[in-house]
Design a protein around this ligand. Structure first.
Ligand code: ATP
Ligand code: MG
Length: 403
């Protein structure tokens, strides 16, 4: 099959291919971008595979960066863009199921395509628009089927991350998974325990953020892969509950929201520990737990100004959207109005501070000062106190006389 016209992203990258070719090597576009063009999806990064070895690639271009030379990848800066140019290589030999123990560079495109995970990820595209399809990927693409390249069981045995990638592609591409491939995923799922948590996180996160996340979660449950992921063992009922509870057209709008939903339905006793086991950043943990707290608070009460002030409108909206997805009552307009009514959104907007109170009222640093500052802050947030010096001074005098 030949593309009638190379999409602009590839056109722009053509000089890279041409330079490698005129140096006497082969070069092709490969990977997700070729698949996405054939599916009419938007392309992100254009990857190039070549028969030139990394040092040879580097000598062809003026500007390159060594970004993964041990895997054969050189970043080429050309035409105001960056392209990952990777030497053809054979299947990596994995000793610990995590990192390849060695990489073998080869001169054969076929060898390189053989090591790729799924048939629809194993196309090569040449400069004329010709698609090289050694594994019937075009037919699978037509039928929207995800099929492992080669013997599925072996391929997942070599690298169990491919199981997570498969579930993720089902969710992003809206593909079904070929039966033999799916059976092999199920069979090899226990190997997921050996995969680095960070890599599994990336895949599960992409799965949840995908347009067809329900398909991904269904496959995650059916393959029992969840069982071998951090703190998700035995959570099939919870995952099914999540599918049942959230409306069929519900989509997660942020990763934090998606992971908060996981925690809501899994009823985890210690959400922080769960997120730590997934090796997420402190910021991520904080936001997920905030969404969770807002959601839980909202089960018993309406959104109030104190909640909005504490967590900020964005996180409150994310929690509220989860409520909406679960068919619970929501009122985004009220949240907007309350947010507009908030006299302050940050304590630094208060016209007094610790230093000024110490000066004006002879207070000393310590818990009493902290308590007064907090009461001022909350009284302003609730709307009982004006954020003016006179009003606050009167408020402090009263606090001190009662205190
Ligand atoms: P995305 O749209 O998410 O970028 P992608 O298919 O481009 O999807 P990448 O992770 O960017 O995925 O990898 C580029 C290509 O490298 C894949 O299309 C596939 O051919 C190959 N590949 C990546 N990871 C693996 C793996 N674990 N095993 C085998 N092949 C892989
Ligand atoms: Mg990619």
């Amino acid at each position: 099959m030949r593309l009638k016209q190379l999409p602009s992203e590839f056109q722009k990258a053509l000089p890279v291919l041409e330079k490698i070719k005129s140096a006497g090597y082969e070069a092709y576009f490969v990977g997700g971008s070729v698949r996405d063009v054939l599916l009419g999806r938007s392309i992100h990064d254009v990857d190039i595979a070549t028969s030139s070895y990394p040092e040879e690639t580097k000598s062809i271009f003026h500007r390159t960066v060594d970004i993964g030379i041990e895997h054969g990848t050189v970043l080429v800066l050309e035409n105001q863009s960056e392209y990952e140019v990777t030497t053809f290589r054979t299947e990596d030999v994995y000793v610990d199921f995590r990192r390849p123990s060695s990489v073998n560079f080869v001169r054969s495109l076929e060898e390189d395509l053989k090591r790729r995970d799924f048939t629809v990820n194993a196309f090569a595209l040449d400069e004329t628009g010709q698609i090289i399809d050694l594994f019937n990927g075009l037919e699978d693409l037509e039928n929207r089927v995800l099929r492992a390249v080669g013997k599925a069981e072996e391929r997942f045995g070599e690298d169990a991350l491919r199981i997570m990638r498969g579930l993720r592609f089902a969710a992003t591409l809206d593909f079904s998974i070929d039966k033999t491939t799916f059976d092999a995923m199920t069979q090899q799922a226990p190997l997921l325990e050996k995969i680095s948590v960070e890599r599994s996180f990336v895949e599960l996160d992409k799965l949840l953020r995908a347009s067809y996340w329900r398909k991904g979660v269904e496959a995650l449950i059916a393959s029992k892969a969840y069982h071998y992921l951090p703190d998700l063992a035995k959570q099939d009922v919870a995952l099914s509950e999540m599918l049942k509870s959230l409306a069929s057209d519900f989509l997660f709008t942020s990763s934090e929201q998606a992971w908060a939903a996981l925690l809501i339905y899994c009823h985890h006793a210690n959400p922080k520990l769960f997120l730590k086991k997934w090796k997420t950043s402190n910021d991520f943990q904080k936001n997920v737990i905030s969404i969770l707290e807002i959601y839980q608070k909202r089960l018993n009460q309406a959104v109030d100004k104190a909640t909005l002030y504490r967590y900020g409108k964005d996180l409150v909206f994310l929690a509220e959207k989860l409520r909406e997805g679960a068919g619970l009552s929501v009122d985004f307009r009220i949240i907007e109005e309350l947010d507009k009514e908030l006299a302050i959104h940050d304590k630094h907007e208060i016209v007094v501070n610790g230093a000024s109170l110490m000066r004006d009222f002879g207070l000393k640093p310590g818990p009493e000062l902290g308590k007064i500052l907090k009461s001022i802050e909350m009284a302003i947030v609730d709307g009982h106190l004006c954020n003016t010096k006179e009003a606050i001074d009167a408020f402090v005098r009263e606090e001190l006389s009662f205190g």
